[in-house]
Design a protein around this ligand. Structure first.
Ligand code: HEM
Length: 281
C-alpha cells in the first residue's frame, strides 16, 4: 500500500496540469465573467474598493434571497428544524455583509470625492437584491419599485416578490395552524401593502413566549426572526454611520436627503408584534 507522501515535490507531481478537456476552477466559477466586471469609470485608486465591496455585497444578497426563499417553503411545510438551519446561515451572511463596512471605512471623504461624480445617479437604492431581501423578510414597499420603471425585468422580479407571502406571513400562518385566534382579515389582506401591527398576532406571540415550553418551535421561530432583524438593523446602522463618516450630510447620489433618509429606515421594524410584546410580557 502506498503511504501518503510528505515530500512536497512528490505531492506536487500529483497535481493535475492538463485541463485541455477538463473543467478547471475558473471555468466552474466563471471567473472570466466575474473578474472582468470591475469596470472603473476613473483612474482613482479607491474606486476599485468601492466597486468590489458593492459587487461582493450583491453576491451575498443573492445568496440570502436564495436561502430566505427556501426557509419560507420549509416553514410552510412545517419543517422548523431545517428552516432554522437555513436562517442561521442568513444571519451569518448579514454579519459578513456588516463586516464589509469596516473595509469601506478605510476610504476617506477626500478619496471618495475624487470619483463620486462619476457615479451619476447610481445608488444602492436601486439594488434589486437588497429590495428582494427586504420584501422576502417582510418589509414590503411598492414605492421602492418605481426607480426600476425603465428596467422591466427588475420591475417584474420585484412585483412578483411583493405579491408573495413573506417570511413573517409564513410564521403567522403557523400561528393559525397551531390554533391561535388570528384576525381572519389578515389572511385576505393585500400582501403588496406594508405589514401593520395586529393585536391578535401580538396576543398570540405573547402566549407563545409565556408558555414557551408548550410552543417551543414557534418560540424558536420568533427568536430567529428577531435575530435576523437584529442583524439586518446592524447592517443598516453601519451603512448609515459609514455614509455619515464619508459624505457627511450631503444628498445621496440616488436623490434622497442622504443620512437623514438612512436614519429613518432604522425606525422600520419588520416584525412589530415581536418587538411590542417585550414591553408587556
Ligand atoms: C461610500 C459608500 C456609500 C455611500 C456614500 C452610500 C450612500 C448611500 C445613500 C446616501 C443612500 C440613500 C439613497 C440615495 O439617495 O442614494 C444609500 C442607499 C443605499 N445603499 Fe449605500 N452608500 C455607500 C455604500 C453602499 C454599499 C457598499 C452598499 C452595499 C450593497 C450600499 C447599499 C445601499 C442600499 C441597499 C441602499 C438603499 C437603502 C434603503 O432603501 O433603505 N451602499 N446609500
Amino acid at each position: 500500500m502506498k503511504t501518503p507522501s510528505t515530500n512536497f515535490r512528490e505531492v506536487e507531481s500529483d497535481i493535475r496540469t492538463n485541463f485541455k478537456d477538463a473543467m478547471a476552477y475558473g471555468d466552474y466559477l466563471h471567473l472570466d465573467k466575474i473578474l472582468s466586471a470591475q469596470q472603473m469609470r476613473t483612474e482613482e485608486h479607491d474606486e476599485m474598493l468601492f466597486v468590489v465591496i458593492h459587487q461582493a455585497s450583491e453576491l451575498w444578497l443573492k445568496l440570502a434571497v436564495h436561502e430566505v426563499s427556501a426557509a419560507i417553503r420549509l416553514i410552510d411545510e412545517g419543517q422548523f428544524r431545517r428552516a432554522f438551519k437555513v436562517l442561521a446561515r442568513v444571519k451569518e451572511i448579514l454579519n459578513q455583509m456588516k463586516q464589509s463596512w469596516s473595509i469601506l471605512a478605510t476610504m476617506t471623504p477626500v478619496d471618495y470625492l475624487k470619483f463620486r461624480d462619476s457615479l451619476g445617479n447610481a445608488s444602492g437604492f436601486q439594488s434589486v437584491g437588497y429590495r428582494s431581501l427586504e420584501f422576502l423578510l417582510g418589509n414590503k414597499n411598492a414605492q421602492a419599485i418605481r426607480v426600476h420603471k425603465d428596467r422591466p425585468s427588475c420591475t417584474a422580479r420585484l412585483e412578483a416578490l411583493l405579491a408573495k407571502p413573506s417570511l413573517y406571513d409564513a410564521a403567522i400562518a403557523q400561528l393559525v395552524r397551531a390554533g391561535f385566534a388570528i384576525d381572519p382579515e389578515l389572511a385576505s389582506r393585500d400582501l403588496r401593502e406594508p405589514y401593520q401591527h395586529n393585536d391578535s398576532v401580538e396576543a398570540a406571540w405573547t402566549k407563545v413566549y409565556r408558555f414557551s415550553d408548550r410552543f417551543y418551535d414557534l418560540y424558536e421561530l420568533a427568536e430567529t426572526l428577531v435575530d435576523l432583524e437584529d442583524a439586518f438593523q446592524n447592517w443598516r446602522f453601519r451603512h448609515m454611520y459609514t455614509v455619515q463618516r464619508i459624505i457627511g450630510f450631503r444628498r445621496g447620489t440616488g436623490g434622497s436627503s442622504g443620512v437623514g433618509f438612512l436614519k429613518q429606515a432604522l425606525d422600520t421594524s419588520f416584525y412589530p408584534e415581536l418587538l411590542a410584546l417585550r414591553t408587556n410580557i
